[in-house]
Design a protein around this ligand. Structure first.
Ligand SMILES: Nc1ncnc2c1ncn2[C@@H]1O[C@H](COP(=O)(O)OP(=O)(O)OP(=O)(O)O)[C@@H](O)[C@H]1O
Ligand SMILES: [Mg+2]
Length: 263
């Protein structure tokens, strides 16, 4: 039986800043429906990898193939084109609009899929009104994946507790109808109870058909969430496997202990 090609194939991806190799010759394959976690000490290149996949940085070398109806190399595409291809992300530091409501924050995420231009707010044609209604309905549908947010949809985002704001960012990323979600430290700043709830939310997302690549430092989260784990150090992939395999890997232990010893 022939296996489906991976949803994402990263080959020899490299990026240097001056003399610093932030990402170096990285190969990663991700199957549709998988949850892959990226771990590694501070500064090991995890966020840079996300910035390369999502088009914020251009790599010096390498390819990023996304398998949709056909394989597309994302390298060289602008970030909004990559979003339109089905890749969405969240950021290490929350980026939401504090004065907009929860619902409006999610609605903003739909703009790459809709037709209305900037004048539509002034002169609404029937087609634009219909589109706006569609966006509201779809935004509510995405919000329903995170039940905790539903009762809060008309609240300004700034009034939400931190853990809810982190969730809101994820829901907004879902607005672009991605197949692949890149989450940069989604559990950072959450307490153990909130982290456990988030883990259940992310499992539910996978069951709804999303594929997830998650950068995370919280090892309980990584253990409970991941099908597979990849560890980074100095921009290189140093281990890959199940959580237990990676945890026991000598290079991984050295990367974490070595860094701690130098601090
Ligand atoms: N735009 C940039 N210009 C110069 N150096 C950069 C830039 N972005 C990242 N770096 C450097 O690249 C290296 C990798 O950074 P990156 O943010 O990818 O690490 P990380 O693994 O996400 O770390 P953390 O766990 O702290 O978030 C670091 O040494 C960082 O200082
Ligand atoms: Mg980072």
């Amino acid at each position: 039986m022939s296996q489906a090609p991976p949803l994402l194939s990263i080959r020899r991806l490299s990026k240097a800043f001056g003399g610093l190799k932030a990402v170096s010759q990285v190969d990663i394959e991700l199957r549709a429906g998988e949850i892959l976690s990226l771990i590694g000490p501070n500064g090991s290149g995890k966020t840079t990898l996300f910035n390369l996949i999502s088009g914020i940085y251009q790599p010096d070398e390498g390819e990023v193939w996304l398998q949709d109806h056909r394989a597309v190399n994302l390298v060289g595409l602008r970030p909004h084109k990559i979003t339109a291809q089905g890749v969405a992300r969240t950021f290490q530091n929350i980026r939401i609009f504090p004065d907009m409501t929860v619902l409006e924050n999610v609605m903003v995420g739909f703009h790459c899929r809709t037709q209305s231009g900037p004048l539509s707010a002034l002169f609404k044609t029937p087609a634009q009104k219909k589109e706006e209604q569609y966006i509201v309905t779809e935004a509510q549908r995405r919000l329903a994946l995170f039940r905790q947010l539903l009762p809060l949809i008309n609240e300004p985002a700034k009034t939400l507790p931190y853990a809810y704001r982190k969730r809101l960012e994820i829901v907004r990323a879902l607005a672009s109808s991605p197949r692949l979600l890149l989450l940069d430290e989604p559990a950072a700043g959450m307490n153990p109870h909130e982290t456990k709830e988030l883990m259940a939310d992310l499992h539910r997302l996978r069951e709804s058909g999303y594929t997830l690549m998650v950068i995370e430092h919280d090892m309980l989260m990584v253990k409970g969430l991941s099908d597979r784990v990849i560890a980074f150090d100095y921009g290189q992939k140093i281990a890959e496997g199940t959580f237990d395999e990676v945890r026991r890997n000598e290079r991984v232990i050295e990367a974490y202990l070595g860094k701690a010893a130098r601090c």
